[in-house]
Design a protein around this ligand. Structure first.
Ligand code: 16G
Ligand code: MG
Length: 578
């Protein structure tokens, strides 16, 4: 690095001293903590995003959000030039930079990165970083810190894209680098145009419009609310009512609302009531709109269990993956020349499409996927199921290995990826196929590819896709729910002194160390019919997560509780015994 470059960085970095006594960790998907502690980290991530842009000679992205965490927290995530998460090989740089104790140390790390990645900086260089934030009050000041970080690296500029959802920013980075229109209004038009196209093509397929009452969305009092409203204006046939918009009097961001709350607690979010909302099709998104789950309040509870559970029926990421899989395989079935239609697509097991060959399709899940979903996807849809560790970066990478990769975490992060060769083939097939029915199926898949965010899971495009498939199927939310019945499950968390003492196997289903903990979990699981349980250190919170499944809700609750006690005793629990 030239002297001038260093002087500029030194001067700017001095404005953002490291707070005392804090250790920052990039975690699964970026830094998250109390907003007041973050300016130095965000400045430094601005520097890193700029270096990554200079290194790849393409734009990168920096998002200020703490997703589903409380409003006083904030965070920063980086988007790679592909629009995906930051390349994992660069994650260690984030931790090193964020924790550099003083300016000189910080400069040394920057120099190390510049040298190791062979980065050309200075006047001749040109890097670009797109910045955005969610609705948190601390966001504006943090975007300013990020901008100063980006522009402290000579030769890079920051573009402030304003208040966006996380997936919108990822989409913009991807589009920008692909040289296609990349503004927010381009995003909305791309989504709404392809939604409209899919609705038109549905008429072409089946005739009658039998759908349907409106969808009610709990927007977590976050950024998704205004974005959904905008989408609604462009797609009038999408009947939508937004609740928990974050307006005056509507409550706090992520406080008793949103996808994380609904999925983990399985209770109604604020703003939804009995009996007014019984039977309605509802969805929850999270604070930065990259998670989506659906739910409804059933007329009555069939299982008679009166614990804190079952006040709602949850259709989580697994069930979203299942309905997406059903649609995709249905269209491929048509393309493969079978006479069957979408509704009996479940007989399709392998899609061999004339002119292309076998289309490789898979659903990618994590250990959190409900066992019933995995069985359904494999046995009824006949699709391959691949498994990865928790975290979008892992699922996304795996899904890219297929012609069509549908990936979802149970918590609602997910999307459908189309590989380039196959999407080009689909484009051609949508005009060149001889049979009108085949052209239409290809057109539908082209429209799905356009509509469903290819950069990262996106609650907005996810909603559009679910709504499309429900219309195609002519299904109510209950009918969708009845694709399969979830095995009862329970998720809990335990506080321990140091969660890093728990090391899991790569698939996260077993504890490699301390081995006594796994042995004790095995013994406990053995006591429950259909029991399954695993623990893993959270990548976003200072806790150990516990997951249990069993044949009844009481058993799942009891198993989860028993495993919590084991973690507490064998992995250094703190505070009162769970
Ligand atoms: C983050 C991840 C999500 C993962 C979750 C696990 C992204 C964009 N988000 O929210 O994929 O499921 O962390 O959290 O990668 P945990 O480690 O606290 O359970
Ligand atoms: Mg989120």
């Amino acid at each position: 690095m030239e002297l001038e470059d260093k002087d500029l960085l030194r001067k700017q970095a001095a404005l953002f001293p490291l707070p005392k006594g804090v250790k920052f960790s990039y975690g699964t998907a970026g830094f998250r903590t109390d907003a007041a502690l973050l300016p130095s980290t965000v400045f430094r991530m601005g520097v890193l995003a700029a270096l990554r842009s200079l290194c790849t000679k393409r734009a990168t992205g920096l998002m200020i959000t703490a997703s589903h965490n409380p409003v006083h927290e904030n965070g920063v995530k980086l988007a790679d030039p592909s629009g995906g998460m930051l390349n994992v090989a660069w994650e260690p740089y984030s931790d090193m930079l964020a924790n550099a104790p003083d300016v000189e140390n910080f400069l040394q790390i920057v120099e190390h990165i510049v040298k190791r990645e062979n980065i050309q900086s200075g006047n001749a260089a040109s890097g670009e970083v797109l910045l955005a934030r969610d609705t948190r009050p601390s966001g504006e000041a943090l975007v300013s810190a990020a901008r100063q970080g980006v522009e402290a690296v000579r030769g890079t500029v920051a573009h402030d894209m304003g208040v966006l959802t996380t997936p919108q920013l990822h989409w913009m980075v991807r589009s920008f680098n692909n040289g296609v229109p990349a503004s927010e209004s381009d995003y909305f038009h791309q989504l709404s145009d392809s939604f409209r196209m899919l609705v038109e093509l549905w008429h072409a397929n089946t005739g009658d419009l039998t759908h349907s009452e409106e969808l009610i969305v709990d927007a977590a009092n976050g950024v998704g609310a205004s974005k959904l409203t905008r989408l609604q204006h462009l797609t009038t046939s999408l009947g939508l009512q937004v609740r928990n918009s974050g307006n005056e009097g509507e409550g706090l961001l992520n406080d008793g609302v949103g996808a994380d709350f609904v999925q983990k607690e399985k209770v109604l979010p604020h703003g939804f009531q009995l009996p007014a909302d019984v039977g309605k099709r509802c969805a929850s998104i999270d604070g930065d709109a990259d998670r989506l789950v659906y739910f409804y309040i059933p007329e009555k509870h069939e299982d008679g269990y009166s614990g804190p559970v079952c006040t709602l029926h949850l259709l989580d990421g697994d069930k979203i993956a299942a309905i997406f899989g059903l649609f995709i395989i249905g269209q491929l079935h048509i393309l493969a020349g079978s006479k069957s239609s979408v509704s009996d697509a479940t007989t399709a097991h392998k899609a061999v499409v004339p002119g292309y060959g076998e289309v490789k399709v898979a659903v990618v899940q994590t250990a959190y996927a409900n066992g019933a979903s995995t069985n359904y996807i494999k046995q009824v849809l006949g699709l391959e199921v691949a498994t990865t560790p928790t975290g979008v970066k892992h699922l996304h990478k795996k899904a890219e290995q297929y012609d069509i990769g549908i990936y979802f975490e149970a918590n609602g992060h997910g999307t459908i990826l189309f590989n380039e060769i196959f999407s080009q083939w689909l484009q051609d097939a949508s005009v060149q196929q001889k049979e009108a029915e085949h052209r239409q199926a290809a057109k539908r898949l082209v429209a799905v590819n356009e509509m469903v965010n290819q950069a990262v899971g996106d609650a907005l495009s996810g909603i559009l896709m679910v709504e499309v498939v429900l219309r195609y199927q002519g299904w109510s939310v209950e009918q969708w729910d009845s694709m399969y019945k979830d095995l009862p499950s329970r998720q809990l968390k335990v506080k321990v002194k140091d969660r890093a003492v728990i090391i899991t196997t790569p698939d996260e289903t077993r504890v490699a160390s301390p081995s006594s903990l796994q042995e004790a979990i095995d013994t406990e699981v053995g006591k429950y019919k259909g029991g399954r349980a695993f623990v893993r250190p959270s990548g976003t919170e200072d806790v150990v997560r516990v997951y249990a499944e069993a044949s009844s809700q009481q058993s799942a609750d009891a198993l989860a509780q028993a495993v919590c006690v084991l973690v507490y005793h064998l992995a250094g629990g703190v505070g009162p015994e769970p």
